[in-house]
Design a binder for this molecule. Structure first.
Ligand code: ZN
Length: 103
């Protein structure tokens, strides 16, 4: 069971039990870990320069206590874990559908 799963299962119960005794910083860490790499923190679209495959990469929380973020630092970026080995470029929503600059 991951830290995130423990927080998802017992986090609210913990907050309900200890209420205002829980420091704000602890609440923020709990919130960060629960929302890291989920749509709650937004996303970035990236596409492979080689095959054109588009990936949605959910934003990380960046909290130093987050095991997901700390694990990614060890494994470089999430893009490197994808099956696509090409170069990636970031797309914004307004770039989608525009012809690619191949120069
Ligand atoms: Zn995180």
């Amino acid at each position: 069971m991951s830290v995130r799963e423990i927080f998802a299962r017992y986090g609210q119960e913990y907050l309900d039990a200890y209420g205002r005794k829980v420091p704000i910083r602890h609440r923020k860490v709990l919130h960060s870990i629960l929302n890291c790499r989920t749509p709650a923190l937004g996303a970035v679209l990236c596409s492979c320069e080689s095959c054109g495959t588009t990936y949605t990469i959910y934003r990380s929380c960046g909290d130093r206590h987050c095991p997901t973020c700390q694990g990614e630092k060890a494994n470089a970026s999430g893009l490197r874990q994808s099956r696509c080995s090409g170069l990636f470029r970031r797309e914004s929503a307004r770039d989608r559908g525009k012809p690619r600059d191949t120069g």
